[in-house]
Design a protein around this ligand. Structure first.
Ligand code: GRG
Length: 298
């Protein structure tokens, strides 16, 4: 891997995604201005944009039109941003800091935060439904359905419900994995698959390979998140560190200990990279992203 090349690619996609999101979000001057201002506050000017990066990296396999990939990147990031806004609310994780600034309910108010999440979720589906058409309307409809499944009660929202019910409980490794595959993993997996669906159909078996890569990277992301929550400081993370322990939440670190959690991350990374092998050199960005996810500092 050429590190400089990857860093430049990542910065370019992050900027491209920022521009696309800024254009898609309603202007703060449009009524109702407070809601639109809060939506822009929640989405713009922060975040690593991991899900858009995965969508763009997967799209490199299929020669997709950049405008279609931008729409997919915005859709998954909008769902992610909505989930963070709701997760931070007093009825859930009750946090005051996100991406280095006050959370939406702190900066605005709780009712606004609730509506911001609702409106961002709706905008995500609007972005996909209205994106420049591909060759097949049926395939585009399937993309909308795929995102809905990933975000819904059998995906992210269901994982969040399991997470809330798990506070103070002892979970087995299988139960913890089941929770994270849904809460964090489902949207990450969808980001990869949706990116690959922006262009020509992949050859037999390749989409399944990508789906497996997405599943492994989703889990990997969470294992690393648990390690960072236990180890990094609040200033570096841009969110409250040690929150899982404070909330008495089961994590990979509490279940396995730090060094075993690190070993698990390394082994998931190796599996994810192996899974890409048959996809050839066009999967290079996906390979680099998996490595980035393990070595990130926030
Ligand atoms: C409220 C329906 C609903 C779901 C919330 C994903 C989630 C479900 C809550 C977030 C809680 C959390 C901290 C989960 C750990 C993994 C995670 C999603 C971390 C934040 O994602 P990053 O690191 O954040 O991609 P940035 O700010 O870089 O976008």
């Amino acid at each position: 891997m050429n590190g400089n090349d990857f860093a430049a690619w990542m910065a370019a996609i992050q900027q491209r995604t920022e521009n696309a999101l800024a254009a898609l979000l309603p202007d703060a001057a449009i009524a109702p201005p407070r809601l639109h201002d809060a939506m822009r506050y929640a989405v713009l000017g922060g975040g690593k944009r991991v899900r858009p990066l995965l969508a763009h990296a997967a799209a490199e396999l299929v020669g997709a039109s950049p405008e279609r990939v931008d729409r997919v990147a915005c859709a998954v990031e909008l769902i992610h941003a909505y989930s963070l806004v709701h997760d931070d609310m007093p009825c859930m994780d009750d946090d005051v800091l996100r991406r280095g600034k006050p959370t939406v309910h702190v900066e605005y108010d709780e009712a606004t935060a609730l509506l911001v999440g609702d409106a961002l979720q709706a905008l995500a589906f609007q972005a996909l439904a209205e994106m420049p058409p591909g060759d097949s309307p049926a395939a585009q409809l399937e993309m909308v359905a795929l995102l809905a499944r990933a975000a819904g009660s059998r995906g992210m929202a269901g994982g969040q419900a399991i997470d809330l019910a798990a506070v103070g409980q002892q979970l087995t490794r299988e139960e913890l994995e089941f929770m994270h595959i849904h809460k964090t993993g489902a949207l990450i997996r969808a980001s990869v698959v949706l990116g690959a669906q922006c262009g020509a159909p992949l050859a037999e078996g390749q989409l399944e390979r990508l789906d497996r890569y997405g599943k492994l990277v989703g889990l990997l992301f969470q294992v690393v998140d648990d390690i960072l929550d236990a180890q990094a400081d609040t200033a570096t993370l841009g969110k409250t560190a040690g929150k899982d322990a404070d909330n008495n939440k089961p994590t990979y670190v509490t279940l396995l200990g730090l060094s075993e959690a690190r070993r698990l991350a390394d082994s998931l990374l190796a599996d994810a990279r192996d899974t890409l092998a048959i996809l050839g050199p066009r999967a290079a960005r996906l390979d680099e992203l998996a490595t980035f996810i393990v070595h990130r500092r926030f």
